[in-house]
Design a protein around this ligand. Structure first.
Ligand SMILES: Cc1cc2nc3c(=O)[nH]c(=O)nc-3n(C[C@H](O)[C@H](O)[C@H](O)COP(=O)(O)OP(=O)(O)OC[C@H]3O[C@@H](n4cnc5c(N)ncnc54)[C@H](O)[C@@H]3O)c2cc1C
Length: 629
């Protein structure tokens, strides 16, 4: 434990030792696995957390972590899996849990086997520092399909969300005119207020903004029918008897529905799918802060720049969700994003799914007839099943878990070509004071409406984003990175001790290799220092308020969460890896070359984000196959 903590100086160590007994209590009661995996822990001397307050929270933390880490609830906890199930789901990410819940609901006896000590995959809450509960990877909810929330009664099972309004805050780094604070841009649901805000930069943009948002909403809404179903069954519609082909033709319905929803907007839809987002934004708007703020959605999670083709689709992917019936809204989940996964796990358990953590699958068992027979765990246990669904990435599934002899060399080559490039380094920060922004000062320390927003830093112009991207493509972390800061504890007091906050810094652009070599701890620290230096410029005093930081570079995301290449979506959401080509043309219907082995994670259509659709679509496919055999 001790060796994992990075001490800045001897004074820090003293503080650590004073707090050690409290900390040990926490560590032993929570989980060893958590600490084994921690990227980098850092406590600094001048920035002590109110540990008394933290102590008061520990009991609650212990309870919440145990809920995540083990399976409790309405049925007795199984300590060991049975020897046979109808279906085994490898991985307890949210898609694995969704798939399992629907399968079991459909009468398929199912078990989930999760490698980590905690369920949720990238939709997880972890108490990284005592009293501070972080959405350690994903941090905002919008994409989760409403039918899944309803079907699985996720609200009954504990899902609670906090809507944010306003939702975007972009402060400028500039000298205010005649002593006025620097300008900023705030966007929310109130159109008149948005126009006033945009009008600070351009009256022309303010005028057309409502038309733009209505247009975008229309394009984004048309995608929905495509999300809730598998891609078109091409082999089905092109081969077999006429009867079979006609039956398969119903898989064309979602495309038809999408087209009908779009009507005369089909050409605009085609353009936004394929265009660089700058092409569209520059046509609508002239002010740089607005262009850049909107452009961030076109590159988030993607190693691309706003001027690259395909960034238009990435933007669409990020505005196509809804929360509490509000189109395009993103919100915080109470207790962090693990709250989604917990609710799914509770729902799944209530139907009878057996869920296990710390069950690392070593191999998918393939019988002499070439079909999946179950799995072997790292501890040697073998569990049999009729079908296996993998929530792991396509790469992990087919390169690490499947016996290579069972796959053709062409298929393996194709798997190796899936693009997992990622620009993301996530930094989770515990602070003892709310950031106080120069652009909208809150000297009393009380949250303003802007604190609940996605706070876009280094977002003055599209050029800033472009430069940050170029640096990473040259193998170096950006010196002026794109930063999206969120402070969910402003709305959800369960996340941090009183007066303290959890700050999420979703940062781009960082390469997988630094100048061609592996990341070192110095690289991580140096990058986090760069990020903090930038935050400090917008909100002086931030650095002093930092109590601890958890730095997750692309290789850390891969090592801890199993995200190949650190890619947050289980594979780039690039045009060549969408819909019928996600993750590969031969794998787009959730089935694999191994009979009885399916994919059910974000690597499949419709891709990444806490959406649940890949899990749902995979479960529907599996049930249809089980029924037909
Ligand atoms: C830093 C970051 C920020 C993000 N922000 C957002 C956001 O704000 N909003 C949003 O909607 N999306 C966001 N995303 C994307 C989103 O979180 C993911 O796309 C989504 O959670 C993936 O879900 P999944 O169930 O498909 O896979 P995962 O969550 O990756 O789950 C796969 C599971 O399989 C397990 N596993 C792998 N191999 C094995 C094995 N051999 N044996 C047993 N188990 C195994 C893993 O441990 C993991 O739990 C973010 C992702 C990251 C990383």
């Amino acid at each position: 434990m001790k060796s994992l903590i990075n001490f800045h100086n001897p004074k820090t160590k003293l503080i650590y030792l004073k707090q050690k007994s409290l900390f040990d209590l926490f560590c032993t009661s929570v989980s060893v696995g958590l600490h084994k995996e921690a990227g980098l822990w850092l406590f600094s001397a001048s920035q002590t957390v109110d540990m008394a307050a933290a102590a008061a929270r520990i009991d609650r933390g212990r309870r919440s972590v145990s809920l995540l880490g083990t399976v409790t609830g309405c049925r007795a906890t199984h300590t060991a899996p049975k020897s046979r199930y109808d279906a085994l789901v490898v991985g307890g990410g949210h898609n694995g849990l969704v798939a399992a819940a629907y399968l079991q609901k459909g009468g398929v006896k199912t078990a989930v086997l999760e490698r980590r000590h905690v369920l949720g995959g990238a939709a997880v809450t972890e108490e990284i520092f005592p009293g501070f509960h972080f959405s350690r990877c994903s941090y905002l909810l919008s994409l989760l399909r409403p039918h899944i929330i309803r079907d699985l009664e996720l609200k009954k099972h504990g899902l609670k969300v906090y809507l944010r309004d306003p939702h975007a805050f972009t402060p400028m780094l500039e000298d205010g005119v005649r002593g006025a604070p620097p300008r900023s841009l705030i966007l929310g649901s109130d159109l008149a207020s948005n126009q006033r805000e945009i009008g600070k930069f351009s009256q022309k943009d303010a005028k057309v903004y409502p038309e733009f948002t209505a247009h975008l909403e229309k394009l984004a809404g048309a995608i929905h029918p495509l999300l809730d179903s598998s891609p078109v069954d091409i082999p089905g519609v092109t081969t077999g008897s006429l009867k079979k082909r006609l039956s398969a033709a119903k898989t064309l319905m979602p495309i038809l529905k999408c087209g009908l929803k779009l009507g005369r907007n089909v050409p605009d839809f085609y353009e936004i799918l394929t265009a660089p987002i700058t092409k569209i934004l520059f046509r609508w708007f002239e002010s740089e802060p607005l262009r850049a703020t909107l452009a961030t959605d076109g590159v988030i999670g993607a190693m691309t720049s706003p001027s690259n083709p395909g960034s238009g689709y990435v933007l669409l992917h990020h505005v196509m969700g809804e929360l509490e019936k509000e189109k395009g809204a993103w919100g915080y989940v109470e207790g962090g994003m693990g709250g989604v996964s917990q609710a799914m796990a509770r729902a799944a358990r209530s139907y009878g799914v057996d869920i296990f953590t710390e069950k690392d699958v070593e191999q998918i068992l393939v019988g002499s007839d070439g079909s999946a027979k179950g799995v072997a765990l790292k501890d040697g246990t073998e569990i049999n099943s009729k079908v296996v669904l993998s929530n792991a990435t396509p790469y992990v599934t087919f390169r690490n878990l499947t016996p290579q002899a069972a796959l053709s060399s062409e298929f393996i080559r194709a798997v190796d070509q899936i693009d997992y490039t990622s620009p993301v380094t996530k930094i989770n920060v515990a602070v003892d004071k709310l950031p106080n922004f120069l652009a909208l000062p809150t000297p009393d320390g009380k949250p303003g409406p802007h604190h609940q927003c996605s706070i876009h830093l280094n977002c003055e112009s599209v050029e800033v984003l472009e430069t940050a991207y170029k640096e990473a493509t040259n193998g170096r972390p950006s010196t002026r990175p794109m930063l999206e800061m969120t402070i969910p504890s402003v709305l959800d007091p369960t996340l941090a001790p009183p007066g303290c906050h959890v700050v999420s810094l979703f940062t781009q652009f960082t390469p997988y290799h630094v100048e061609g070599r592996e990341w070192t701890s110095q690289d991580r620290e140096a990058f986090a220092d760069t990020v903090f230096d930038w935050v400090e410029q917008y909100a002086p005093g931030f650095k002093k308020s930092v109590v601890g930081r958890d730095i997750l570079s692309p290789p850390d995301l891969e090592r801890i969460f199993g995200l190949t290449g650190g890619n947050i979506f289980h594979g780039s959401m690039s045009l060549d890896q969408l819909y019928l080509a996600r993750p590969l043309p031969s794998l787009s219907n959730y089935r694999s070359p191994i009979k009885g082995l399916y994919l059910c994670g974000s690597g499949c259509h419709p891709g990444g984000g806490v959406m649940g659709s890949p899990g749902w679509n995979a479960a529907v496919t599996v049930m249809a196959d089980l029924k037909s055999h």
